[in-house]
Design a protein around this ligand. Structure first.
Ligand code: SDX
Length: 432
């Protein structure tokens, strides 16, 4: 295979280097294109554009492969935990027991918010969406730690990263409790990461929540499966923000905002709302499937399709199995699961979805698990954000440590008005 590509423009041939990744993917390096030819490339939605070299996560969308630092997601799901996987993603290797102990200790030391943060929670209406609270409180919390307001510093990174991973959980739980008019429950050092989150969400001042191992395991797996996913919309946003040397907390808060959209992290909430709608309409799913195929309906089969996976999302397979196991253990018979299974079966046999290679993605079944645990639908995307935090932090670290990295500043093709004179207001006419 050649290591250069030729591009011809106006009779001139430009030779461009070809970069090959460790898994054989190839990219044409166009970094000299504009200076050599005066032209730029245009790629709506960046479907064909690599923004960086990264060693964190590998996805093969055609074959449905996902690996964190080379380790297949199926192995991590079976053998690892969210905290251990977070360490792997951030630091590039599975931790020794000593490294894991130190990392867990940092998470415990940083699980409390500054006490004055409580006043910020008072300021939100109970109807405030928890993603709005999360994005603002991440920056709010950083204000109490001067080092967190600074650009990347290697010597303070470990503590800042642990603080962010630990506190995102506390902020989320506090937001939930405030939205329900419940007293906030402080974290308990005796509990591990996910158990502590469930404790802060569902315990009462007079009685701790009953931490069923299957429930803790199911939520820990959801966090693990969401921990990173290459240059998705929110991670790319974190890298954009970090490229200006904004601090870690500001970069993560930007990621939360990008994740919120229903086409991205908001899809898990949209899936449940879709299933509820189908149930309310007494539809067995077939009417909805027809609507989802009709562009004019404005409806999409939420939880289906993916920019990269043109095969089954490997995470969806794992979550579906976990969903069946948990509902079985808890003896829950959720009608929404029946509708989801009917939708999946119908879509996987429908030419519209087959031709477009639309399969269930990570969001299709995750909401059913969260419902079974008792997490309200408006918190689903917050759960996604807690899980994705290690991936955002790892990408922040990767770009911050790369001495050759430059501020992200894409070009554009201008399609606006050509040069026009200023018109005094007395001579202006309303546009027809
Ligand atoms: C996540 O990038 C990541 O890695 C994201 C993520 C992560 O871990 O970070 O994996 C998490 O965001 C998962 C995706 C969650 N979103 C949804 O489930 C929302 C529903 N899905 C879609 O809106 C859509 O599939 C996207 C947004 C996920 C991907 O959109 P693309 O790649 O821009 O594809 P497209 O919109 O260009 O669709 C291609 C065709 C179109 O039809 P045609 O114009 O060719 O006729 O497929 C159709 C689309 O109309 N299509 C769908 C559909 N998804 C795509 N039709 C019906 N239902 C759908 N869900």
């Amino acid at each position: 295979m050649s290591n250069t590509a030729k591009l011809e423009l106006d009779g001139k041939v430009y030779e461009l280097p070809v970069v090959t990744g460790t898994e054989g993917e190839r990219a044409i390096d166009i970094s000299t294109l504009r200076s050599a030819s005066g032209a730029i490339t245009l790629d709506d939605g960046y479907s064909n554009t690599g923004s960086c070299r990264s060693a964190i996560t590998f996805i093969d969308g055609e074959r449905g492969i996902l690996r964190y630092r080379g380790i297949p997601i199926e192995e991590l799901a079976e053998k690892s935990t969210f905290v251990e996987t977070a360490y792997l993603i951030i630091y590039g290797h599975l931790p020794t027991s000593r490294e894991l102990q130190r990392f867990s200790g940092l998470l415990t030391q940083n699980e409390l918010l500054h006490e004055d943060m409580k006043f910020h929670f008072e300021g939100f209406p109970t109807s405030a969406h928890p993603m709005a609270i999360l994005s603002s409180m991440i920056n709010g919390s950083a204000c109490f730690y001067p080092e967190c307001m600074e650009p990347y510093h290697a010597e303070t990174f470990d503590e800042e990263a642990a603080r962010l991973i630990s506190q995102v959980r506390t902020i989320a739980a506090f937001a939930y409790r405030k939205s329900r008019g419940l007293p906030i429950i402080y974290p308990k050092p005796v509990y591990k990461y996910t158990a502590n989150f469930l404790h802060m969400m569902f315990s009462q001042p007079y009685a701790d929540y009953d931490l069923q191992p299957e429930v803790v395991r199911a939520l820990d797996l959801i966090f693990l499966l969401h921990a990173d996913h290459e240059q998705n919309c929110s991670t790319a946003t974190v890298r954009f923000t970090a490229s200006s040397q904004a601090n870690l907390f500001a970069s993560a808060a930007a990621g939360v905002c990008a994740l919120w959209g229903p086409l991205h992290g908001g899809a898990n909430q949209a899936v449940i709302e879709m299933l509820e709608q189908i149930r309310k309409e007494g539809d067995d799913g077939s009417k909805f499937i027809e609507a989802a195929k009709d562009k004019k309906s404005g409806r999409r089969l939420m939880g289906f399709g993916h920019r990269v996976y043109k095969n089954y999302d490997p995470r969806a397979k794992i979550i579906k199995a976990q969903c069946d196991a948990l509902l079985n253990t808890l003896k829950i018979n959720d009608p929404l699961l029946d509708i989801a299974i009917k939708l999946e079966t119908a879509a996987l046999n429908d030419p519209y979805f087959i031709e477009r290679k639309l399969y269930p993605n990570v969001d299709f079944y995750s909401g059913i698990i969260m419902r079974a645990i008792g997490i309200p639908v408006e918190m689903f995307t917050v759960i996604f954000a807690i899980g994705r935090m290690p991936g955002w932090i790892a990408n922040y670290l990767e770009i911050s440590e790369d001495k050759s990295s430059r501020i992200y500043r894409p070009r554009q093709v201008y399609v606006g008005a050509n040069k026009s004179p200023y018109v005094p207001i007395k001579d202006r006419r309303a546009a027809e």
